[in-house]
Design a protein around this ligand. Structure first.
Ligand code: PSU
Ligand code: MN
Length: 304
């Protein structure tokens, strides 16, 4: 087994059998600018504590897998330059060579499984990019959901992705996609979309039961819970569609490819909306953290 370093609060929570919620770190290093990234990460951790669970932000630092970061480690990661973005393919290499890297959704799921954590909150997952029929750019997050038993709470998928194709791949991979409290699949910055979600559940208890049943049936993989952004934080699709189109055409013109695509688009959308996209992003991540904590608490009850 590889060495895992637990933060002091995660260590205590594990010993006491408390509910724990995993958090990713790519959103900190590649998803939001400093200093908001560190403020948001700390706020989201606090939201999880306020809901009665314990946060575990994942990262690889100097070759060691960290499950839960101490406040000074979070600060350092949020300010560090040139941190690697690590997904399933990069994670063992980063650990083996003593590297430092922030975990994507896929790598965070892997870290959560190693640490025995079953619920994870993030903003948006990676998916099938627009134009994937020529670029083949499909995030490893989707295949991770198919094989690693972690329930991931996200606000749907950003319109930087081809959402119908993303849902098709998830269906092919046998991943349950559950809209929380509504019929449509939420569209990240907007609560509603015109795409119906494959499944709908209205309580954290049902989501926890579905997770436990999947495990009991011996099925690999997790679940994607699509939690709509709170109404007061929404940004209309009509406002963002042209911004996304501009960011996408810049990415194409500049030949951005591979794992640089998502961070490039997120940064340009932030710049082009003069930070409005970030305000919405913060509201939805916090909302996802609160729901993930409730699901983790329900899972704990089921295990008793
Ligand atoms: N989508 C967002 N915000 C993010 C990401 C995606 O709205 O921060 C990050 C997540 O860490 C996700 C990763 O796992 O980007 C996906 O990258 P790629 O498309 O290269 O797989
Ligand atoms: Mn990609």
């Amino acid at each position: 087994m590889i060495e895992i370093r637990y933060s002091s609060e995660v260590q205590t929570a594990k010993a006491a059998g408390q509910a724990i919620v995993a958090l990713e770190s790519t959103i900190i290093t590649h998803g939001m600018p400093y200093p908001q990234n560190v403020e948001v990460a700390a706020q989201v951790e606090q939201d999880i504590r306020d809901a009665g669970a314990v946060p575990a932000t994942m990262a690889v630092m100097k070759g060691v897998l960290h499950v839960g970061l101490e406040p000074d480690q979070l600060q350092a990661l949020g300010q560090a330059k040139g941190v690697a973005k690590i997904s399933r393919a990069d994670m063992p290499a980063c650990i083996a060579t003593g590297g430092t890297g922030a975990t994507t959704v896929a790598a965070t799921m892997i870290a959560a499984r190693l640490a025995g954590i079953e619920v994870f909150a993030t903003g948006g997952i990676g998916g099938v990019h627009k134009g994937a029929e020529t670029t083949f750019d499909v995030s490893a997050d989707l295949m991770e959901l198919a094989q690693t038993p972690v329930t991931v709470v996200a606000a749907g998928a950003k319109a930087i992705l081809d959402v119908p194709k993303t849902l098709e791949v998830l269906e092919t991979q046998g991943v349950p996609v559950i809209a929380y409290g509504q019929d449509s699949f939420p569209a990240f910055w907007s609560a509603q979309s015109d795409i119906k979600a494959p499944l709908r559940m209205d309580t954290p208890d049902k989501i926890a039961r579905a997770h436990a049943t999947r495990l009991a049936m011996g099925l690999p993989g997790g679940q994607l819970v699509a939690n709509p952004i709170p109404a007061d934080a929404e940004i209309a699709a009509a406002e963002l569609d042209p911004v996304i189109a501009k960011a996408q055409s810049e990415a194409d013109q500049q030949g951005i490819s591979g794992k640089d695509v998502t961070p490039f688009l997120l940064r340009r959308i932030f710049e082009l909306t003069e930070g409005r996209s970030l305000t919405a992003n913060i509201a939805l991540v916090r909302n996802n953290a609160r729901l993930a904590a409730k699901i983790a608490l329900e899972l704990n009850k089921l295990a008793q």
